[in-house]
Design a protein around this ligand. Structure first.
Ligand code: NAP
Length: 293
């Protein structure tokens, strides 16, 4: 049997929920010596069986290695778990989901305790961890030097995308992508509601809907281009006046099909406001300005 542990950086993983356990298994499988801790000890048993050392407390897990990965439920759990730990000289990688403000405050909190903190936002679900071909990755932000120091280790469970020195940027990118996804889910659910009572097979409709969303995804790039250039009118193929007029048909169809329009109307109201402000020849990009307070 070959030894795959040579030269592999040891690390501690705190939090063995669905995601933390997947991460810890991936590092173990790649030959990294891993120390694990979980508030509920039974969750560490499968990791111990796979070769991890189990720490009796979070403080013990932190003491075991210079590199400490946190994957807990929320930012409060990070503060609670690390309350008794000596963080001086430690490199913390916080993969716990939080807001940008949480990440910035936690980075400062770590600095005051003598530690460096890199924040991460995971763009994957647990089955994608350790399976590079699924395309999962983690946004990282904070010290570039800290990221570069641990880059190879961090690349083991998932892809890495470093997005800047501001510790809040990983969370901001994470939440921005999740917010777009939420809006997309709202549209998808409305579409299925429209056909729900008809003799239309959901699976066949799903294929049409998925292809349509992929075809429409190019508008994301158009929006980015327009925000950078400031040009809201050149080459507009679907202008705001036409789209707002079309909204009436979408709403009437919802009424005819007995479907609540509640997922669509806030967005439609925003577009109508932008039209009233005199932007009928633009596409929808300018409505972003109405959102920013
Ligand atoms: N699962 C996903 O699809 C996914 C995807 C992207 C990002 N994430 C993020 O990854 C993080 C972990 O998610 P998960 O899916 O692993 O969640 P999970 O299965 O619910 O596990 C939560 C973990 O947090 C621990 N915990 C909760 N409160 C604690 C506290 N006060 N002190 C110490 N430990 C505490 C739990 O310990 P116990 O076992 O003792 O309860 C458990 O280890 C979250 O921030 C989540 O947003 C998850």
């Amino acid at each position: 049997m070959t030894d795959n542990t040579v030269g592999k950086r040891p690390l501690s993983v705190l939090g063995l929920g669905a995601m933390g356990a997947a991460l810890a298994f991936a590092w173990l499988a790649a030959g990294h010596p891993v120390t694990v801790w979980n508030r509920t000890p039974a969750r560490a048993e499968p990791l111990a069986a796979a070769g991890a050392s189990v720490a009796a407390s979070a403080a013990e897990a932190v003491a075991a290695n210079a590199l400490v990965v946190l994957c807990l439920l929320d930012d409060d759990s990070v503060g609670e778990a690390l309350a008794e730990a000596d963080l001086s000289g430690k490199d913390l990688v916080n993969l716990t989901t939080g807001s940008p403000a949480d990440a910035r405050a936690r980075a400062e909190w770590a600095r005051e305790r003598g530690a460096r903190l890199l924040d991460g936002g995971i763009m994957a679900v647990p089955p994608m961890i350790g399976v590079p071909e699924t395309g999962g990755y983690v946004f990282y932000s904070g010290s570039r030097d800290l990221f570069d120091t641990h880059r190879d280790t961090l690349a083991v469970p998932s892809g890495t995308r470093y997005v800047g020195e501001d510790p809040g940027f990983a969370a901001l990118h994470d939440v921005a992508l999740l917010s777009a996804m939420t809006g997309m889910f709202a549209g998808v659910h409305h579409a299925f509601a429209l056909i729900r009572k008809e003799d239309i097979a959901p699976k066949g409709f799903a294929a049409l809907l998925a292809d349509w969303l992929v075809a429409m995804a190019s508008m994301v790039h158009t929006t980015g281009d327009r925000l950078e250039s400031g040009d809201r009118t050149t080459g507009v193929v679907s202008n705001l006046a036409m789209m707002v007029a079309g909204d009436a048909t979408l709403l009437r169809t919802a009424e005819e099909q007995g479907v609540s329009p509640e997922l669509l109307t806030p967005y439609m109201a925003l577009m109508a406001r932008h039209l009233q402000d005199g932007h009928g020849e633009e596409d929808g990009t300018g409505a972003i300005d109405l959102l920013v307070r």
